[in-house]
Design a protein around this ligand. Sequence first.
Ligand code: KIV
Length: 271
Amino acid sequence: MSTHAADPSVSIHHLRAFKERGERFVMLTAYDFPTAEILDQAGVPVLLVGDSLGMVVLGYDSTVPVSVEEMLHHVRAVRRGAHRSIVVADMPFGSYQVSPEEGLRNATRFLKEGGATAVKLEGAGAMVDLTARLVSVGIPVMGHLGLTPQSVNQLGGFKVQGRTQSGADQIVEDARSLADAGAFAVVLEGVPSEVGRRVTEAIAVPTIGIGAGPHTDAQVLVISDLLGLTGGRLPRFVKQYADLRGTITDAVKSFSAEVASGDYPGPEHSY
Ligand code: KIV
């Protein structure tokens, strides 16, 4: 992983340059100020305020219920912590599907009121035209193809996409359309590695994979999964790099035990 720590601030144009140089990079989700500050200082070039917020922070069953106001609240917090990283705001379900005008209005809010650098939209089809429209007024757009969680009800669950020849071809075609419309990067979620490779070779802008195999230009994980904060069963593509759930549990148990025994607060913690 390249941390790009020397960059004063990252722009969407740097990401394309990373791809051209064959330099793999990472994107991570962030939902709050301290996490954004840590990731920014660790040199993570792209912070995504994902609508995964709904599941990992707000306790919803899917990303479908997440509102623009909920997203904005967290985008602002992340922006305050991120001084160098690009901040991408995920447009929640229903905020861009009803009409292009509403999509434009809500995307504008993420930049003006949230301080985001860019927005992310799921899907192709009508989203290709919307991407072109947003880009034409100066709003950078990240696409998202494959397993698009906002369509979980249509997909019939969180299932790997592009397993058939026609499904795979469609994803490659959709990625080309989004790149042609001006998307500066495309997230590929839950697709076979071969589809990740094909899309990465087909477009000039970076692909950012999550459960899309090793060939994409970048990788993204949900920060709570990477840190071991998420409970329950995790998807196969997740690698936990820490066990913060265990660390927090141990810390809280130690605190409770020391309060019970009278060891805390000691004289050094008292006035
Ligand atoms: O909402 C999210 O966190 C995402 C990533 C999984 C790409 O869309």
